[in-house]
Design a protein around this ligand. Sequence first.
Ligand SMILES: [Zn+2]
Length: 383
Amino acid sequence: MLPPPLEMVRQLVATPSVSSPDDRFDQSNRGVIDLVAEWAAELGFAVRIEALPGDPDKANLVATLGEGDDGLVLSGHTDTVPYNPERWTDDPFVLTEREGRLHGLGTADMKGFFAAALHAIARFEPGQLRGPITLLGTADEESTMGGARALAEKGERLGRYAIIGEPTGLQPIRKHKGVFYVQVTVGGKAGHASHPALGVNAIDGQQLVLAALQSWRDTIGERYRDDDFEVPTPTLNFGRITGGDSPNRICDECQLSLDIRLLPGMERSAVVAELRDVVANALDRGPWTFDVSAIGGHADAFGGPSDAEFSSTVETLCGCSAKAAMFGTEAPFLAELGLQTLVLGAGDIAVAHQPDEYVTMAAIERATDVYASLIQRFCIESP
Ligand SMILES: [Zn+2]
C-alpha cells in the first residue's frame, strides 16, 4: 500500500535534495530517488537507479510498468534549489499546513508531483495496461540539467508521450525559451592613469563592445519573433560587469556577463558565433584582446510536440489551451528522445524558488485526476 499523498509529500520534503553549481549548497538526491523507487516498486514497477556519469551521489530513477515501446512517461526532477532558512516562516524541511496550503521546500517544484503521479498510477491494475507507464525522477534539474542530459545521451527509447510535472497551475505548457550565459572579456594593458599612452584601457574597449551588443540586440529582436511569448523576442541582458582595481590605474581587464534567451528554432552555437563576430568588429581597430566564452550550463529552447492529437487531448482534459512559458524545463532533452512532450503539473511557478513555497492538497488531487485520465487515454484505450 502506498502512503497517502500528504504523507508522501511530507517524507519527500523531509529528505533534502538541494542541487546547486555552488559546492557549499549541493547535496545528493539519492534519498528522494530511494523513496520514489520504493513506492514505484510497491506498485509493481521494474526500477532502475542510474548514477550520473562521474557522480555517484546523483542519480536518475527510471521505473517502468508494463511492456512495449509506445507508452506514457511521467517525469519530474528530484532536486530543489537552495533556500534561505531565515526567510521561511517554518522549517523548509517540515511540511507545514496553513490555510489549506502545504508549505515546504520543493512542495510545488516539484516533490508534490511524485505523490500525484504515483497515486494516479495506483488507480489501475498492471494487467489493464496495453502500453507501459514510465516514471522518471531526474537529478540536478535546478543546477546543470545533468540528469536529463545523461538520459538524452544514453538515447534509450522511453515511450511515445511525456508529461513533465513542473508547476504550471495545471495549464499545459508547449514551448519555452532557451537560456545560456556568455562572458565577454576585454584585455588591455595596465599603466599609470596620468599617461594614457602607456597602457590600453580595457573599459574603453568594453564600452565599444556594449554599444555594439546593444544594437545587435535590436537587430535580433527584429529578425526573430514569436508572439506566443509574453516577451516575443529573444532577450540579451547585461547582468554583470567587472574590471579594474583603482581609479589611478589603467584598467587591464574588463569582464561582461550576459544572459541570452533564445526562441525555439534558434541555434545556440550560431548565436554565439554571431556574438563573437560582433565583439571582434567592435574592437577591430583597437589594441585590445578579447575572449568570448560560455559560462555555466545552458538550457535549450523547447518548441513543443508535433503530435497535434496529443496536445489537443491534453488541452481538452485540462479545459484550456497550451501556452508558452517564461521558464525552462527538461523538455528539450525528452524531445531529443523522440518523446511528444508537454509540461503540466500542480502548483504555481510563482511560488517556486521562494521562501514559504507551497502547493495545495486540492491541486495535487486535481493533478492526480488529470494524470489518471492520461494513463487511461494513452496506456489503456489506445496505446
Ligand atoms: Zn522545477
